[in-house]
Write a protein that binds this ligand. Structure first.
Ligand SMILES: Cc1cc2nc3c(=O)[nH]c(=O)nc-3n(C[C@H](O)[C@H](O)[C@H](O)COP(=O)(O)O)c2cc1C
Length: 328
C-alpha cells in the first residue's frame, strides 16, 4: 500500500486531498462526513466579513429611523461580530472533537482589519490553521493597484501578530503581475498559498433582462489555470502551495502534485459526485503510484514543475497559433 501521508502548513495529513471551504463544511455533520469519506483535512466554510457588513447595513437602517447613536453602533458592532465569531468558534471546537484530521478555519477578509482582533478566538477554539480568503475585485476604480496590493501585506502582518497557528492565503489570479506577487506573498512568513479561489460570476437572463448567477461549480477544464500557476511557482515560493479549482478526478489530483502542490483542494467534485469521490480519487492516485513505482507523493511532487520540466516554455505559451492559425 502506498503511503499517501503529506505535510501541508506544517500539519500531517493522511493524504493530500483537502476538502475546500464551502457549504459542505459549514456544519459539524458536514465536516464529519468529509472526514469519514477520507479527506486529509477540512477547510471550514468561511466566516464572511461581507455578510457581517450586510448585517451592519440593516442595523444602521434600523437605527437611522430613530437617529444613529455612535455608542450604540459600537455596541452593535462588537456584539454582532462577537456573536458570529462565537458561533464559528463553536463550529471549530465541535468539529475538532468529532474528527481527528486537521480543521482549517477560513475568514473572508474583504474589508481589512475589522475582524482581526477575533482571529485569536479562532485559534483558541482549536483551529489547526487559518486560511485567509482575500480578494478585492479589480473593478474598484477608486483604489490604485499599489493600495490594493499593499492591503494584502498589511492584513497578513496584522494577523501574524495575533496568532501562532499557520496561516494560508487563498487568492485569485486577478493580479497585474501575478508571478512576482505570488512570490512576494510567499515571503511574508505565511505557511501556504492556495491557488486559486473561484468566484460567483454573473450571467444574463436575456428574456427577463436580469443578472443571474453563472455556473457555481467548476468544470474539469478549469484545472488548466491553477495547474499552470502551481507548476510555474512551485520552485519559486517560500511556502507550501495548495491547488484549488477544477480538480474533479484522480488524474487531476496527480497532475497538481506533479506540478508541485503540497495539497489539493476539492469542492465542486464533492457537490457533483458526492463526498465518496474523495475515495475514488485516492484510489486512482494509489494505483497510479503503484504502476509508476512511487512510494509516497513526495517521490513525484514537482516532477513536472516548470523548473524541472523538459519543456519549460510550454508553461508560458499562451497563443494557440499552431492549432487555430487560420491556415486551414
Ligand atoms: C457552493 C460553494 C461555496 C463556496 N464557499 C466558499 C467559502 O465560503 N470560502 C472560500 O474561500 N471558498 C468558497 N468556495 C470556493 C471553493 O473553496 C473553491 O476554491 C472553488 O470552488 C474552486 O474549487 P473547485 O473547482 O474544486 O470547486 C465555494 C465554492 C462553492 C462551489
Amino acid at each position: 500500500m502506498a503511503d499517501l501521508t503529506t505535510e501541508y502548513l506544517g500539519l500531517k495529513l493522511n493524504n493530500p486531498i483537502v476538502a475546500g471551504s464551502s457549504g459542505l463544511s459549514a456544519s459539524v455533520k458536514g465536516v464529519k462526513e468529509l472526514a469519514d469519506n477520507g479527506a486529509g483535512a477540512v477547510v471550514l466554510k468561511s466566516i464572511f466579513e461581507e455578510e457581517i457588513m450586510f448585517e451592519y447595513d440593516d442595523i444602521l437602517k434600523e437605527a437611522g429611523r430613530e437617529g444613529v447613536n455612535l455608542d450604540q453602533f459600537d455596541y452593535y458592532d462588537y456584539q454582532l461580530k462577537g456573536e458570529k465569531v462565537k458561533k464559528y468558534s463553536d463550529l471549530i471546537a465541535e468539529s475538532k472533537k468529532s474528527i481527528s484530521i486537521p480543521v482549517i478555519a477560513s475568514v473572508n477578509c474583504v474589508y481589512s482589519h475589522e475582524w482581526i482582533s477575533f482571529a485569536k478566538q479562532l485559534e483558541q477554539a482549536g483551529a489547526d490553521a487559518l486560511e485567509l480568503n482575500m480578494f478585492f475585485l479589480p473593478s474598484e476604480f477608486d483604489r490604485t493597484t499599489e493600495e490594493k496590493e499593499k492591503a494584502y501585506f498589511e492584513i497578513i502582518e496584522k494577523v501574524q501578530k495575533e496568532i501562532d497557528i499557520p496561516i494560508a492565503l487563498k487568492i485569485s489570479y486577478y493580479f497585474s503581475n501575478l508571478g512576482p506577487m505570488i512570490q512576494k506573498l510567499s515571503e511574508t512568513g505565511i505557511a501556504g498559498l492556495v491557488l486559486f479561489n473561484r468566484f460567483y460570476s454573473p450571467d444574463f437572463d436575456i428574456d427577463k433582462f436580469e443578472v443571474v448567477s453563472s455556473n457555481v461549480f467548476s468544470n474539469p477544464s478549469d484545472l488548466a489555470i491553477s495547474l499552470r500557476w502551481i507548476a510555474i511557482m512551485a520552485e519559486r515560493v517560500n511556502c507550501d502551495l495548495a491547488a484549488s479549482t477544477g480538480v474533479h478526478d484522480g488524474n487531476a489530483l496527480i497532475k497538481q502534485i506533479l506540478a508541485g502542490a503540497n495539497a489539493v483542494q476539492v469542492v465542486s467534485a464533492l457537490y457533483q459526485q458526492g463526498k465518496g469521490s474523495i475515495f475514488t480519487m485516492l484510489k486512482t492516485l494509489e494505483q497510479w503510484m503503484e504502476k509508476k513505482g512511487f512510494d509516497s507523493p513526495s517521490d513525484f511532487r514537482g516532477k513536472m514543475s516548470q523548473a524541472k520540466s523538459s519543456n519549460p516554455a510550454g508553461y508560458e505559451r499562451v497563443q494557440f497559433m499552431r492549432y487555430f492559425g487560420g491556415a486551414n
